[in-house]
Design a protein around this ligand. Sequence first.
Ligand code: EPU
Length: 418
Amino acid sequence: MEKYIIIGGKKLNGEISVAGAKNMALKVFPAAILCQEPCLLKNVPEIEDIERLIELMQDIGVKITHNCRGEYFVSTKEINKTQLKPDLVKRLRSSIMLAGPMLARFGEVTLTHPGGCIIGQRPIDLFIEGFQKLGAEFNENGDTYTLHAKKLKGAEIILPRVSVTVTENLMMAATLAQGITIIKNAAMEPEIIALANFLNEQGAKISGAGTPEIRIEGVKELKGGEITIIPDRIESGTFTILGLITNSQLKITNCEPKHIENLLYSLNKAGAKLEIGNDYIITYPSQLKGTNIVTHEYPGFPTDLQAPFTVLMTQAQGLSLIHETIFEGRLFYTDILNQLGANIIMCDPHRVVVNGPTKLYGKKLVSPDLRAGMALILAAMIAQGTSSIENIYQINRGYENIVARLQQIGADIKQIND
Ligand code: EPU
């Protein structure tokens, strides 16, 4: 079994470069389905989730060439089926991102209920409702869903709650619909703006991306072109926390600090010493104090940075209330932190109180999900002694070549197979 072995207590130094954004790349590959001509994708992170998505797309006939590290050529004109392979769909929540583009371009898609991180219920009702609003017919047979629409029709869609992937899916589907679509209460993540810009360059007519109201005027077809994936803001934030938690001077390069303003606000409140440039952040050893956070849709505090921030707060002086509002199952890893020596009290599934600082001790661990898995790496890196982390597939899903990149800045981490 593959696992990470980490010896804690090492100071880090040097530079770590941020990879392309997972949660943008996972939408741009599907966006290529909307395009008549091939697309060239650059700065794609080399991670397991992308590999799974590529397998899924190749299975329906998409031609994907891996030109070099981070660069993929995607041609969708030979797609020969509209049924997505169930075992692959079950491994990847983002397989749902193929639904909108497939429906818009081919008028049909069949898929099973998507899998992914177990961080809450993660239903798909809002996708289905949205597609139905655009005129699609929905049929359900056990956990297999089929959507049909000869031609999607523009509509006004009000989302009852803000959802990133629902916003992106409906935005993509509406680009080829007849007429105008308005999405109200849309998500506003930077990845959505970048996706809209790419689609507009290919001929789409989208305005308002990055605001709560997106307007899409349907067009007959999209061309194809080149896109560079923006830096991963969750990696940027995680590495900033890594520098602080290890009391290191660490430079995080190739990042967009303005995409993590809310994290930087909270770190500043906690007393973190940071130098922030246009595309870099430098961390300095800092005395931290307990700080409360509430996760919120962008531009609020990102739920994907909640776990690393919580680990950081185990080393801060005093109490921190961590309030996770997006997912109902995203705080259970705090029990694992307690086994390492943290003092965290769960108030309810959405709130924990961290009482710091506490010394952590290395242990045998199992990664529960992607972001909590990364948080366990951070914890192991400051724990006394050796930790092992199993179920590392969950971490490799979202972080490119993480062992080598951490080794390069001085971490004592290795991957073994026993
Ligand atoms: N929701 C519904 N019905 C739906 C869809 C969503 O009730 O049909 C609920 C979800 O259960 C959740 C809330 O809406 O409680 C908001 O979730 P959202 O739909 O925004 O999440 P997502 O689109 O599934 C994306 C990211 C997540 C990130 C969240 C929140 C991708 C591929 N995933 O998920 O990333 O946590 O937005 O920012 O973009 C990760 O990278 O580790 C990850 C989980």
